[in-house]
Design a binder for this molecule. Structure first.
Ligand code: NAP
Length: 281
């Protein structure tokens, strides 16, 4: 079984991006800039933002975090986004989710200029992705996609099953694999026989949020299994896949932690650089 080492693949990607930033600086005499807006003091968001900032600095991006208290007015955040939209030194804007209840998430997403939307959540980017045009792609599915391609460069004709249909994971993941000529099934909480669907799959991407939902007898021999889930349990953090048993049947599997997580952050940096390059065309 191949253990898909997300940490290692992410470190390689960051090194490629670091070199690319050096080249872009030489060519354009400026570097891509990423601004993250963080509202409130929820511990997981604080940790994610710190990791994103560290990784951005490591590859040489200009990076900035703007912090607001939990009670900040929505208008202040929207005005700041408008200001960042106009700032040519900023290539990418990310508003860390989740947001406090009084702030309209969709309004925030739609205020970010699609060309600076490094999360790929703006409806324009969602539409471009599903139409097969150039777009920002949400960081987590992009990271999963890059790992799958490392294991199997030619995906044509493969059967891929997404478990979960969120805008963040399942849907964009399906679009990426469809573009690679996979036959894609998107499953969700109302799917009648999830096990039977999974048993058909050459590729399973589990993004559900249920600890160890995917068991060994759900997985076809030699399938590639990508575990997006992050679940806190009494035994620590586990994914949506029962790692020990599935590792005995799968051809390749991501661990949790150390699989999808590091790739998500590296792909945010990749998206920032892609936004910069598109803005220079
Ligand atoms: P979400 O928005 O809550 O979506 C979960 C999806 O799973 C929904 O489509 C839901 O179906 C489906 N589902 C729920 N129970 C199911 C069941 N019994 N059988 C089949 N499908 C079922 O979650 P998300 O934001 O996509 O995140 C999913 C997981 O990934 C979470 O554990 C999250 O923490 C993790 N995550 C990890 C990363 C990373 O970087 N590693 C990034 C993002 C998220 P319905 O649509 O019918 O409700």
């Amino acid at each position: 079984m191949i253990l898909i080492d997300g940490k290692k693949i992410a470190a390689e990607l960051r090194e490629e991006l670091r070199q690319e930033v050096v080249e872009l600086k030489a060519k354009h005499n400026k570097i891509p800039g990423l601004t993250v807006i963080l509202i409130g003091d929820m511990a997981p968001s604080q940790i994610y933002v710190r990791m994103k900032e560290k990784a951005a600095n490591e590859v040489g991006l200009k990076s900035e975090v703007i912090r607001y208290p939990e009670a900040v007015e929505e208008k202040i955040v929207l005005d700041k986004i408008e200001e960042l939209n106009k700032d040519e030194s900023i290539s990418g804007i990310l508003v860390q989710l989740p947001l406090p209840k009084h702030i309209d998430k969709q309004k925030v997403i739609e205020t970010i200029l699609p060309g600076k939307d490094v999360d790929g959540f703006h409806p324009m980017n969602v539409g471009n992705l599903s139409s097969g045009y150039e777009s920002s792609v949400p960081c987590t599915p992009l990271g999963c996609y890059l790992m799958i391609k490392k294991i199997e460069p030619n995906l044509t004709g493969k059967k891929a099953v997404m478990i979960g249909r969120s805008n963040l994971n399942g849907k964009p993941m399906a679009q990426l694999l469809l573009k690679e000529n996979c036959t894609v099934t998107i499953t969700h909480s109302k799917t009648k026989d999830l096990k039977a669907e999974c048993l058909e799959a050459d590729i399973i991407v589990a993004a559900v949020g249920i600890p160890e939902l995917v068991k060994a007898d759900w997985v076809k021999k030699d399938a590639i299994v990508i575990d997006v889930g992050i679940n806190k349990t009494d035994n620590g953090i586990v994914g949506d896949v029962a790692f020990d048993e599935v590792s005995k049947v799968a051809r390749a599997l991501t661990p949790v932690p150390g699989g999808v997580g590091p790739m998500t952050i590296a792909c945010l940096l990749k998206n920032t650089i892609e936004c910069f390059k598109r803005s220079q065309k």
